[in-house]
Design a protein around this ligand. Structure first.
Ligand code: PEP
Ligand code: MG
Length: 292
């Protein structure tokens, strides 16, 4: 099976009915790309930008971020690169950035909530992203979006940042702005978010739907992305994407769980973003599908 996955790695994936399934990769740091050919994927579906905000280090400045984003996009060689803005908090505390002492950090100031509460920090990231987008297919993705007003606020900030860059004479472009769908409220209300794309974060969507934390082993049995309730929220998100004619993908760990691949295809997903090491196995699992 390993040999088959290895040979399939660089081939495009198709469903039995001929539909192309885009397989993208998730990267947590530029190191993840070392020794990997971009030919194994149709793009990068998730860059977890937290790697830039390392504990004990000063916050990365605009130039450091710009260089990191350009380096990742250059690797992708023209393929789309989805860079998620800082997703600190919850299971990703960053000393000096996230707030201490929350009784339940998963329900606290995390993800986009935190970025909107720290506009000086958020602006630096948006500036670096708008500049890096000039020569690369970069898309900005917002984590932990819960209500449309948050997307509106981030979108307005991006407009402001781009206008400032243009006024300064700094070359830039306003990249597409999409949202992670990882809070049940966002999945249920996906149609009401004027996002340029949706990407399902099954890790958080599952824990919030099943009320079972992703990091508590005792409730791991309940933390199942294949539960019908979670699949229903995914199906709704796919439906919203179709209705609004914008792309929908999934970048949570469920996309790389081979037993779940048929279910994800079943809810209508045609873009899966997985860790680079799982690309071949996921393509093989898609090739094995008998129906669809
Ligand atoms: C998710 O929640 O599924 C996701 C992709 O984001 P993270 O695991 O980084 O929270
Ligand atoms: Mg998440």
């Amino acid at each position: 099976a390993d040999a088959r996955a290895e040979t399939m790695k660089t081939e495009p994936a198709f469903l039995p009915n001929g539909t192309r399934v885009d397989i993208m990769i998730n990267v947590a740091s530029p190191d993840d790309l070392k020794g990997i050919s971009p030919e194994i994927c149709d793009g990068i579906g998730l860059v977890r930008s937290e790697f830039l905000f390392e504990p004990g280090r000063p916050l990365p400045d605009e130039e450091a971020q710009y260089a990191a984003y350009v380096a990742i996009a250059a690797w992708a060689d023209g393929r789309p690169v989805t860079i998620r803005t800082l997703d600190a908090g919850g299971d990703k505390p960053i000393p000096g950035v996230t707030s201490d002492g929350e009784s339940n950090p998963f329900l606290g100031l995390r993800g986009l909530r935190l970025s909107l509460a720290r506009p000086e920090t958020f602006r630096v990231q948006l500036r670096a992203l708008a500049r890096a987008s000039l020569h690369h297919e970069i898309r900005i993705m917002l984590p932990m979006v819960t209500v449309p007003g948050e997307l509106a606020e981030a979108s307005a900030l991006l407009d402001e940042v781009v206008a400032t860059l243009i006024a300064e004479g700094t070359p830039c472009r306003r990249p597409p702005l999409g949202i992670m769908v990882e809070v049940p409220a966002a999945a249920l209300g996906a149609l009401r978010f004027p996002a340029d794309f949706y990407s399902i974060g099954s890790n958080d969507l599952t824990q919030y739907t099943m009320a079972a934390a992703r990091d508590i082993a005792d409730v791991a049995g309940l933390n199942d992305a294949g539960d019908p309730a979670v699949l229903e929220l995914m199906a709704r998100t796919v439906g919203a994407g179709k209705a609004r004619k914008v792309p929908v993908s999934i970048c949570g760990d469920a996309a790389g769980e081979l037993r779940l691949v048929p279910k994800l295809i079943g809810v209508g997903l045609t873009c899966l973003s997985v860790p680079p090491a799982l690309v071949g196995a996921v393509k093989a699992a898609i090739a094995d599908l008998k129906h669809v």
